[in-house]
Design a protein around this ligand. Structure first.
Ligand SMILES: [Zn+2]
Length: 518
């Protein structure tokens, strides 16, 4: 097999990897380029969509999934494998993208008509989204699926709901695709999966050279920023991805209400906010123990008194009349969405606080604000920036360098790491960190093709050997230390103990082994 990198190469968006075998061609992810790279989304693709047999989709974020409707428009007809929550989230995000693109194209065409330039069309519409959704094929976590001799398993990546790390076997080679991986002990989705064997690992490196603050530090920092913001009696604007980060922030605000008495009306201003939160509640069994515990107590982790979901544009505009409020709105990097209106009306006020809670890609308005711009351009208007700008990175759905290296450390085979999904210097720094650990690491460039030769005999999941089981048990016990157990998990552990005792009774120690002639 061979792999060609058609996105997320020395950059963080546009994830798209083409894998070719003797009789099979498939894609892992087909994401949009975002920020300053958006013009790279227009077709043609650097391959023939009609020749792709199937797509494996790691998760719903548009930088991994957003060009799928375009792929369908250009002739792709195969299956798109993804977890069920990913499919549900894609449905919401794809239709929203159609709407946003249409609005943007209309604005652009008005300009073009005035200057006598030819009009442009959106990349895709509802029809392509519908067709794409019909091609989705749900795969449960940890199930082995197969197509055209390629076997694959989706593991919970602890990044956003439904996100997966992929284990893929084909032609005697095993390749692991990290997709995006979360922090260990992620408040939302738990911890990334332990994978021990691979020949090649395509690994993200968004935060490959950085350290996140600890959970305690992050919570303290957020509490301080929010309390300071309350002191100005102005608005607090939180640009956020509507999927995952918004729910995390709602949960953190809920905690602050209890701990420091933060009582201010909160508006989640997004036509998708309610639907997205509902999907998180629907798949709550996939969330972390911390959130599940609340569910067991019949408590909604993302809900609290004073929270309002703002759906219509009229309701959204009405928020302009408020002096004091916390407003969450997309998009997370301020590249579009309702946050732009709120920024336009509030950035020039010294009483406003803008709290960034996610990565800001180069070329975006969010990045400009984080980098300290004093004047920005929104909807054809110059806006002075007098608001306070705060950044909380610890809520990231991505692991930091320590998390990534810890994940890498579980591999007992010595895979070659193909480092992607990080800005150039970050990807290089992470590759260097891998080399210092004795691994081979390559940072591919756009269009690079690498051979994926059979390196070791890596088989599709088998019964683990005895040492594997004992080591795995030790690791699992280690993970449990320091965690608060729910009633349900205690019951599960009791059953595990009974089974463990039974396994002990049925096993033999070395000196009990039958000897020859006995
Ligand atoms: Zn992602």
């Amino acid at each position: 097999m061979e792999i060609t990198f058609f996105g997320a190469t020395r950059e963080v968006t546009g994830s798209c990897y083409l894998v070719r075998g003797k009789d099979v061609t498939f894609l892992v992810d087909c994401g949009m380029f975002q920020g300053g790279e958006r013009n790279r989304n227009a077709p043609p693709f650097p391959f023939a969509p009609r020749d792709i047999d199937f797509v494996l989709l790691t998760h719903a974020h548009l930088d991994h999934s957003g060009r799928i409707p375009l792929l369908v428009r250009e002739g792709f007809q195969g299956k798109i494998y993804a977890t069920l929550p990913t499919i549900e989230l894609c449905r919401i995000l794809f239709y929203d993208t159609v709407k946003l693109m249409r609005e943007e194209v209309e604005r652009e065409n008005r300009r073009r008509r005035r200057s006598g330039k030819p009009e442009i069309a959106p990349l895709f519409g509802e029809e392509e989204v519908e067709k794409a959704l019909e091609l989705f094929e749900p795969v449960g976590y940890d199930e082995i699926a197969e197509e055209k001799g390629v076997e694959f398993v989706f593991r919970n990546a602890a990044h956003i709901l439904g996100a997966a790390v992929l284990e893929v076997w084909g032609e005697g080679t095993k390749v692991v695709f990290s997709g995006d991986i979360g922090q260990f002990g992620n408040v939302m989705e738990g911890s990334p999966p332990v994978i021990e064997e691979a020949d090649f690992v395509v690994i993200e490196s968004t935060y490959g050279n950085r350290r996140h603050k600890t959970l305690e530090e992050t919570r303290r920092e957020f509490a301080q920023v929010m309390q300071d913001a309350m002191g100005t009696c102005g608005k607090v604007l939180i640009p956020t991805f509507v999927v995952d980060r918004a729910q995390r922030v709602l949960y953190e605000i809920r905690l602050l209400r209890d701990s420091v008495g933060l009582h201010c009306p909160v508006y989640f201003d997004s036509p998708l906010g309610k639907q997205t939160t509902d999907i998180y509640l629907k798949y709550r069994h996939l969330l972390s123990g911390e959130l599940e515990r609340l569910h067991l107590q019949d408590d909604d982790p993302f809900g609290f008194p004073g929270l309002t979901y703002v759906t219509t544009p009229e309701e959204s505009k009405a928020l302009n009349d408020l002096d004091h409020a916390i407003i969450l709105a997309g998009s997370g990097m301020c590249t579009g969405g309702r946050i732009l209106h709120h920024l336009k009306h509030n950035l020039f006020k010294a009483t406003t606080t803008v709290v960034f809670v996610g990565f800001q890609s180069r070329g975006t308005l969010g990045r400009a604000l984080v980098d300290g711009a004093k004047l920005v351009h929104i909807f054809d208007e110059d806006i002075a920036v007098r608001a306070r700008i705060a950044t909380i990175n610890g809520f990231s759905a991505h692991g930091d360098q320590e998390d990534l290296l810890r994940w890498v450390g579980y591999f007992r085979s010595r895979p070659v790491f193909l480092v992607t999904h990080g800005e150039e210097e970050i990807a290089e720094a992470f590759a260097q960190a891998l080399r210092e650990k004795g691994f081979e690491a390559i940072v591919p460039a756009f269009g690079d093709t690498l051979d994926l030769p059979r390196r070791t005999v890596v088989a599709v999941p088998r019964m683990p050997e005895k040492e594997d089981i004992v080591e795995r048990l030790e690791r699992e016990i280690q993970k449990l230390r320091g965690r608060t157990l729910t009633q349900e998990s205690e019951v599960l552990l009791q059953s595990a103990l009974i089974l463990l005792e039974e396994a002990g009774r049925r096993s033999t120690s070395a000196d009990e082994l039958p000897k020859d002639g006995v």
